[in-house]
Design a protein around this ligand. Structure first.
Ligand code: FEO
Length: 397
């Protein structure tokens, strides 16, 4: 399948409606994904990125219906991760002499994964490749989100091929941002940023400022996942600048796990206390064991503060929370506050342990989390509401 993007630019990728897990099982893709590959057919023809390996054969078959492969003059590998390079071995098998343009780190990544001594051409920021009357301009984008990541820009058509940046895991047959459900698009875009790009936020700001300083006219952003931004493409750039600067909404998220509902009862009483103290703040509660972790991380990303609760089990915290907090640690959220709570029957270590985990994850932790023995009675429930009310005052400023 090919879809005309603009003038001589065609989408030749794959829409993956089935995908429900990405990066192994690390990232949930409730709405599937796309692997966007592009063909630029000027006097010379360039193929930009490919698709994930399981779709390599059908990709090549479909591409052959669009173009005689021998007419592809250049291959551009903006990023070596297998969701974009997975069909490269099949393409190189057919076109062994066709040059592959990528960064120096891209060569390492592609050689490391496919062990092929391919016809690589290393490019750096500012280098240009003539396609005839138009050119591709290369822009290195290291750590957005791999060392090898790169953008390229097509002059004349004013298209930025941004690879993973500005993407979403969002299967759609409608391809363009103005044709899809805007709420779904926003939800998948912010989830993608929160779960994948958060650790690289300072680099996101720097790279966007660098690209804006080039004063390149921008008609479209062709990402490698999800929609092509053609209607006001700058909107997603401005979103990224907002998200990259320690983004927070007026929200407190309460995350907990519970064995026999005692810690759940605490969570709900704390939420009631926050609500009584502050009628404006958005409060959301999630049981980690029955909620998708990437969706919770997106809510953490949006929060000013989080409260984390676990009963004590085996002198520790419930494993669901330990796993989630490890992922949160890796994302490196900044300027977020936290407090902890939990029930216990005898030893009661969980609250203190959660504090340590949250400090280790970079949160500003309000010490002295709330512990309740056994099930909260009326007095303990009142304590929870007071706790919530006090935190509302401290956390929502
Ligand atoms: Fe979509 Fe980093 O690969």
């Amino acid at each position: 399948m090919n879809i005309n993007v603009k003038n001589n630019v065609y989408w030749v990728g794959k829409v993956d409606w089935e995908l429900r897990r990405f990066h192994g099982s690390e990232y949930s893709t409730h709405r599937g994904s796309t692997y966007n590959s592009y063909l630029v057919r000027e006097e010379k023809t360039a193929l930009i990125d490919t698709v994930w390996a399981p779709y390599a054969k059908e990709y090549v078959r479909a591409l052959e219906k669009t173009i005689d492969l021998k007419k592809i003059d250049f291959i551009i590998a903006n990023h070596g991760e297998v969701d974009h390079s997975g069909a490269l071995p099949a393409i190189v098998h057919r076109l062994p002499d066709t040059p592959i343009y990528c960064t120096a780190a891209g060569v390492k990544s592609l050689k490391g994964q496919y062990h092929g001594d391919w016809n690589f051409r290393v490019v750096k920021t500012g280098e240009r490749l003539s396609l005839g009357s138009k050119e591709l301009v290369f822009i290195e984008a290291p750590m957005l989100h791999w060392p090898d990541s790169m953008f390229c820009y097509l002059t004349g058509d004013n298209i930025l091929f941004s690879n993973d940046a500005f993407g979403q895991h969002y299967a759609t047959e409608r391809l363009f941002n103005d044709l899809v459900d805007q709420d779904e698009l926003y939800a998948e875009s912010i989830k993608y940023y929160a779960n994948i790009l958060t650790p690289f936020s300072p680099l996101v700001v720097k790279k966007i400022e660098e690209v804006l300083a080039l004063n390149l006219p921008l008609d479209m952003i062709c990402t490698s996942h999800g929609v092509i931004w053609r209607d006001n493409p700058a909107q997603v750039v401005h979103r990224y600048l907002e998200w990259a600067k320690n983004y927070r909404e007026n929200q407190i998220t309460i995350i907990y796990d519970t064995m026999w509902n005692a810690t759940r009862a605490m969570a709900e009483a704390i939420a009631a206390g926050i609500r009584a103290a502050d009628g404006e703040v958005v409060i959301k509660l999630y049981n980690v064991s029955n909620t998708d972790k990437n969706d919770i991380i997106t809510e953490v990303f949006k929060s000013k503060a989080i409260l984390v609760g676990s009963p004590t089990v085996n002198r520790g915290v419930m494993s669901s929370l330990a796993g989630l907090l490890e992922e949160i640690r890796g994302l490196g959220f900044k300027e977020k506050k936290a407090a902890t709570f939990g029930t216990y029957g005898w030893s009661g270590e969980s609250v203190k342990m959660l504090e340590g985990m949250l400090k280790n994850a970079g949160f500003e932790v309000k010490e002295g989390g709330l512990r309740v023995m056994w099930n909260p009675d009326d007095a303990a429930s009142e304590q929870c509401r007071d706790f919530g009310g006090r935190l509302a005052g401290e956390f929502v400023r």
